[in-house]
Design a protein around this ligand. Structure first.
Ligand SMILES: Nc1ncnc2c1ncn2[C@@H]1O[C@H](COP(=O)(O)OP(=O)(O)OP(=O)(O)O)[C@@H](O)[C@H]1O
Ligand SMILES: [Mg+2]
Length: 237
């Protein structure tokens, strides 16, 4: 059994982690009995057919080298955001993030576990919009997303991947939008650009505007009786 001692309050038994989320590069594991999860890069045993060669190469370099490690960049950026964002906007991110090292898995990050009120896993906003029949709810999700993106751009927060916006159900008809994957360095050829607020604002606005347009077209197209029967709802991922 391999155990990672972090602080008196958290011990991770690496052999008994429950996998709750799969990204292309990282997997997220619930830490039993704790309000935390831990994210590590996939190990070769966790690669799938979708783990392309370029992704494997990037994982190989990032796992043990902090400079390339997304978990490290996210944890550092998270600490900076805590100091400079208004609390209501910072609340979109996990409350806690801290680095952890595993000899087997390399550098990972422990962060507050975000789950729905009924204990189920959070899902991306696009999935929630696609799966609900309730148009009013779709509108609410869309408006919340537009407001969040506006605030993120306003505060020059490096959030370049709007599909990573998640919905956390806090009650039967109540939700909060959350961001658990923000990769602040982006994948730009010149990573230093993320230090220039005006560039960040421009890029975040451009990406989010494009994404909102897609969401509108996919899930908020006029109903047949609203536009003479032309556009039915076209539900795509
Ligand atoms: N703090 C958290 N609480 C609950 N679930 C989480 C948390 N962080 C991540 N997850 C889950 O784990 C999944 C994978 O994590 P993440 O998106 O950070 O990986 P990734 O490899 O960066 O993904 P991508 O390929 O989209 O870039 C998320 O989509 C989400 O479902
Ligand atoms: Mg990611």
């Amino acid at each position: 059994m391999s155990e990672l001692e972090l602080e008196p309050d958290i011990t991770i038994d690496e052999d008994h982690l429950e996998r709750i989320g799969d990204g292309s590069r990282r997997c997220c594991f619930r830490i039993p009995g704790q309000p935390f999860c831990v994210k590590f890069y996939r190990t070769p045993a966790e690669y799938t057919k979708k783990t392309r060669r370029s992704v494997r190469t990037s994982i190989f370099f990032s796992r043990f080298c902090l400079w390339f490690n997304v978990n490290y960049h996210e944890a550092c950026y998270h600490a900076r955001l805590r100091k400079r964002l208004p609390p209501d906007l910072f609340a979109a991110f996990p409350e806690q993030m801290r680095m952890v090292f595993s000899r087997k898995r390399g550098w990972g990050v422990i962060e507050s576990l975000i789950e729905n009120a009924d204990g189920s896993a959070i899902r991306p906003v696009a999935v929630e919009m696609r799966e609900t029949e309730d148009r009013a709810l779709r509108e609410r999700l869309y408006q919340a997303m537009a407001k969040l993106f506006d605030q993120l751009a306003e505060h020059s927060v490096c959030f370049y991947d709007p599909p990573n916006t998640m919905v956390q159900w806090t009650g039967p008809n109540e939700f909060r939008l959350r961001i658990v994957d923000f990769e602040p360095m982006g994948r730009a050829l010149i990573p230093g650009l993320s230090l220039i607020p005006i560039y960040v604002r421009y890029k975040v606005r451009r990406r989010c505007t494009r994404y909102l347009k897609r969401m509108r077209e996919s899930y908020l197209a006029p109903l047949p009786d609203e536009d003479g029967g032309a556009a039915a709802l076209c539900l795509e991922k």
